[in-house]
Write a protein that binds this ligand. Sequence first.
Ligand code: F7E
Length: 329
Amino acid sequence: MKRALITGITGQDGRYLAELLVSKGYQVFGLLKGQANPKAQMIHTEIPQVELLAGDLTDLTSLVRVIETAQPDEVYNLAAISFVAMSFQQPELTANITGLGVLRVLEAIRIVGGSQNNPIRFYQASSSEMFGKVRETPQTEMTPFHPRSPYGCAKVFGHDITVNYRESYGLFACSGILFNHESERRGHEFVTRKITNAVARIKLGLQNELALGNLEPQRDWGHAEDYVEAMWLMLQQDEPDDYVVATGETHAVKEFVDKAFRRAGIDDYEQYVRVDPRFFRPAEVDLLVGDASKAEAKLGWHRRVSFDDLVHRMVDHDLKVESELVSRG
Ligand code: F7E
């Protein structure tokens, strides 16, 4: 039975990845931070096979202890301060967790080691935010980075240190440069879920306005369930490498808004949308679109969920959830 440790187990990707690995027969461990973390119960209920271990990305000794206990074949580092807007408010915390956290996990792996025949394999959740003010379109594994937020800068460090540990110490370390990936489990702070939740509530008469920031930025949006499969595939290869994971399509925020309202049967939606400068960022990433040919050719990875399906699934889900809340009173 293979063993895997996931940091960021309580997040959207952590939960999908844990389910995937459990379905493949892995014993899955999740790193859980904080005392009495309220999200622990959610994991116990949703994926009872997962064993949670206490630790923190800012505490190297805790990571060493967790890796000694879990004895993983594979470590997936998904934990991060992942909300770009928040990284402008708390840049130092972001650098510490999203950036230095990667170094600490790599060090813990190096210290604990794993058996000589079976060294621990490492996956780093890198991000298209590293491309920022893009130097070329579409973006590939070779596109230079130009991050536009403390989050993007921290992710560049995480990516570079992963490559560096692979080259310096021969670690089986992979970096997945994942473009935006969303789902019915996406946090409400991210624009897609903020939109689909508001659309559902407006449809049901529970809210009458959706306040958003910049509607022009374009993103390459896929479904998270497809993307966690790419993470797993990277660690099953003969050699470690870095891969872009993306759909190759880009859509503006306002297009997502349009499709989401229309899915709920609201065509005259402009009256509900208000642009609020509070949601603008000090520096924006205007356009992202990834070229996943390498992942497709080498990993055999293909996205299954289209942009339309993604929007429809999220809106339908939120309509169901909000309707149930209404009927429960
Ligand atoms: O913003 C614009 C906002 O917060 C998307 C994270 O998973 O993907 C994600 O980062 C766009 C931006 O995601 C609002 O300015 C307009 O241009 O959903 P988001 P993100 O910043 O692209 C990458 C790949 C990651 O790695 C990150 O961890 O939407 N926008 N109005 C808004 N965004 C938010 N959140 N809220 C608004 O009201």
